[in-house]
Write a protein that binds this ligand. Structure first.
Ligand SMILES: *Cc1c(COP(=O)(O)O)cnc(C)c1O
Length: 428
């Protein structure tokens, strides 16, 4: 069983810290040998031993169409034959920017970068440059990439490994990052009353998905918009996961809230490295070369990434795309929900659209503290039982899982039955 993955992991550990290029891939949170993947198609991953898995990780979000989607593959192949990077402007950057703006009208101007981390770092610098304020405010448990200022109470990695802050981030810098619990308007109001005049921007995942999925309480996001406006604090929605996931226009369309700045990534590159930040034209005017806030990138707007992104977003634009995806997801979640309620099982299924987390806890999960009540040992057992049944979930309790368009209702019905069988065994 998974012999090749074992051999590869041993080899990789000699070359790369932890044997990986991104920490959570090492299975540290669930134990066991991480699978080395050789290929993927539609809903499936194949590991180095040729074993096939039904994939709910979806590369942590980007693969909303499923793996190796033919139109995306063709777009990448066609572009590769015409060159992979020019260091000049290209028409496809405009095409992608127009598609993004059509979905996110709040992004009056935008800039392409090469990762979600880079998008957030750049947007924060811009917010500071625009407001001439130094402090930033974030929610505990929200993840915004690994920029120094954002590695404070930053969700899954920290939650999983018990590292609240990263070593290497100077205290002097971390002190400029203030935090409030998600879904807590009182804490936000108090913070803004006290520190508002020094805070450049309040950054949050409108629907957090990096401590597992959390849902905003009724009216929370509306109130967040009003309070930030009142204090002259910019509002940045980090929609790197929720953008083009919850709806074509992301969480801001679903909840009808207009942030000042937005960051996107993951889906908009169709599986290639990309990020984008944008917002009010008045703010974006402060960005170089128009303004004094510097930001740049050798591979920004990369031709392969824009080609894959355009091909992906064009599919998502089809009428009923999200309706169909959400219908499938809802039936799947419905079967799990019914069982959980009937059994009175100590499980919370947090879900929205095609995004979900199964938390092993009795109490409702709506912020970092309540997420931490989850039993990570139960999750690890659940995860490994799923793996044995050829189902690949995120290798941590504190992550989101994704339903993709490639999954059929029939497949999801069968998977739901397998999941319930595993849960029954686990909970006796
Ligand atoms: C994944 C993620 C990021 C970081 O994006 P990378 O491409 O991994 O750098 C930032 N914010 C959120 C909300 C994310 O989910």
């Amino acid at each position: 069983m998974s012999n090749k993955s074992k051999t590869l992991f041993t080899k990789a550990k000699k070359l790369m810290p932890g044997g990986v290029n991104s920490p959570v891939r090492a299975f540290g949170a669930v134990g066991g040998t991480p699978r080395f993947v050789k290929r993927a198609k539609g809903t499936y991953l194949w590991d180095a031993d040729g074993k096939r898995y039904f994939d709910f990780c979806g590369s942590w979000g980007p693969m909303i169409l499923g793996h190796a989607y033919p139109k995306v593959v063709r777009a990448i192949q066609k572009q590769a034959a015409q060159g992979t990077s020019y260091g000049t402007s290209t028409e496809n950057e405009i095409v992608l920017a127009e598609l993004i703006q059509e979905a996110f009208p709040s992004m009056e101007k935008l800039r392409l970068v090469s990762s979600g981390t880079e998008a957030v770092m750049s947007a924060i610098r811009l917010a500071r440059g625009f407001t001439k304020r130094s402090k930033i405010l974030k929610c505990s448990g929200c993840y915004h990439g690994h920029g120094d200022s954002l590695l404070v109470k930053a969700g899954s990695g920290g939650a999983t490994f018990g590292i609240p802050n990263s070593a290497g981030v100077p205290d002097e810098l971390a002190q400029l990052t203030l935090t409030v619990p998600y879904n807590d308007l009182k804490a936000l109001e108090q913070m803004l009353e006290k520190e508002g005049k020094e805070i450049a921007v309040f950054i949050l995942e409108p629907v957090p998905a990096n401590i597992g999925v959390l849902l905003p309480k009724h009216g929370y996001l509306e109130e967040v918009r009003q309070l930030t406006q009142k204090h002259g604090v910019l509002l940045l929605f980090d929609e790197v996961i929720t953008g083009f996931r919850l709806a074509f226009g992301g969480a801001q369309a679903s909840f009808n809230i207009k942030p000042d700045l937005t960051t996107l990534g993951k889906i908009i590159g169709g599986g290639l490295p990309i990020g984008v930040f944008g917002g009010r034209a008045e703010i974006m005017a402060h960005l170089a070369p128009d303004g004094a806030v510097y930001q740049a990138g050798t591979l920004s707007g990369n031709p392969l990434a824009t080609a894959a992104g355009i091909a992906t977003l064009r599919e998502l634009k089809h009428p009923h795309f999200y309706q169909k995806l959400h219908q499938k997801s809802m039936s799947f979640f419905g079967e799990l929900d019914t069982w959980i309620k009937k059994r009175g099982a100590p499980i919370q299924l947090n879900r929205i659209g095609s995004l979900f987390t199964i938390f092993f806890t009795e109490s409702a999960v709506f912020d970092e503290a309540s997420a931490k009540t989850a039993n990570t040992q139960s999750y690890s057992q659940f995860f490994h039982h799923l793996l044995e049944a050829d189902i690949y979930f995120a290798p941590s309790q504190f992550e989101a899982n994704f339903v993709s368009q490639a999954m059929t209702a029939e497949q999801l019905r069968k998977i739901a039955a397998v999941i319930l069988k595993i849960l029954t065994r686990l909970l006796v």
